[in-house]
Design a protein around this ligand. Structure first.
Ligand code: ZN
Ligand code: ZN
Length: 337
């Protein structure tokens, strides 16, 4: 059975007749997945964090406290790639995952190593949700259903190919975009941007739906959520086309072993390089601290990030590791457009 990409546009290099292709060529050779699994098992990876899980939680986790009376632009990192963003008094969630496992199964698959920082019941009224791609650590069936049960009118911004899935779960307002397409809601502009990644939910839908990052901006602030992405200089097309990034959430986890993971996930050193190339905006690391998806231990990404930042020339850094649950006040960059 051949699959057809209903959005296929031969003039776009990331489209193929069957689905979508990566930003930069490359990808895994046959047998590499097997080799990785075998080596991971033999070495007993990932190892627990230094000092153990309890110590990690005590160091890197706190409950999120949302002061809904405030109105300044702000964000709360809820762990992994889930961020609650308040922009112009709109509450926006990125890749909401509140479940115990990032898996299609309730009894198997990567399990949360740190508690949730905020439950769905304690969220302020959510206006919009952006989805980067359909991997289980980013698109969680149960979380989406619970969110819709509480907030049936949420606007979903998703890459091409996920509308049907979201509508089947009751979402009424779903905007499906290709890279570089935008939509505006309540003065907030959402632009789907390229990412070096892939998609897969089941054995037969590899790269059938698109993956993307999101630039979310209002008058005062331009925020970039890259979703999952490997490092490629092509990511710099994003500030070149949309303007300087004021705040970036840069993924740093799921990079080991690098020979296998580097195509689709940045490591902390690459995140620092990208941050420097972006002219050092306010930034914080995401995609770490919750699920053990690769061979590195839970605390390794943030340790490596700190080392990489120490090696930069200036020493000064506004690339700040947040605790899970911690907030960040966003700068007022005053884009007068
Ligand atoms: Zn992914
Ligand atoms: Zn991921």
């Amino acid at each position: 059975m051949t699959r057809k990409n209903p959005w296929f546009d031969a003039s776009l290099s990331h489209h193929s007749p069957e689905g979508f292709t990566n930003l930069s060529p490359g990808g895994h050779q046959p047998g590499e997945v097997k080799r990785w699994r075998k080596e991971r098992k033999a070495a007993g990876l990932p190892l627990p964090p230094a000092g153990g899980y309890e110590h990690f939680i005590a160091t890197w986790w706190q409950p999120a406290e949302i002061d809904v009376s405030g109105s300044e632009n702000k964000l709360w990192w809820l762990g992994h790639s889930t961020i609650l963003l308040r922009l112009q008094n709109q509450y926006i969630l990125t890749d909401p995952v509140f479940s115990r496992r990032a898996s299609p199964l309730s009894f198997a698959g990567p399990e949360r190593r740190t508690p949730i920082a905020l439950s769905i019941a304690d969220l302020p009224a959510v206006d919009a949700v952006v989805i980067s791609h359909n991997h289980y650590d980013h698109l969680d069936d149960k979380s989406i259903r619970l969110l819709l049960a509480r907030f049936p009118d949420i606007t979903f911004c998703a890459p091409l190919g996920l509308k049907r899935w979201l509508r089947q779960r009751g979402a009424r307002d779903v905007i499906e975009l290709d890279w570089w397409q935008s939509v505006t809601r309540q003065g907030v502009v959402y632009t789907a941007v390229p990412a070096q990644h892939w998609s897969m939910r089941t054995f037969w839908d590899r790269n059938a739906s698109l993956w993307c990052g999101w630039v979310i901006e209002c008058r005062d602030c331009r925020f970039w959520f890259p979703g999952d992405t490997g490092y490629t200089p092509k990511l710099l097309q994003i500030p070149a086309r949309l303007g300087n990034i004021d705040v970036a959430a840069l993924p740093i986890g799921a990079y080991a072993p690098r020979w296998f993971m580097a195509t689709n996930h940045m490591d902390p050193q690459q995140a620092v390089k990208l941050w420097e190339q972006l002219d050092k905006p306010l930034a914080f690391p995401i995609h770490w601290g919750v699920f053990e998806l690769a061979d590195e231990s839970l605390d390794e990404p943030v340790c490596e990030l700190q080392e990489a930042l120490n090696e930069t020339v200036s020493g000064f850094s506004n690339f700040l590791p947040l605790r899970i649950g911690q907030y960040l006040t966003l700068p007022d960059a005053g884009h007068a457009d």
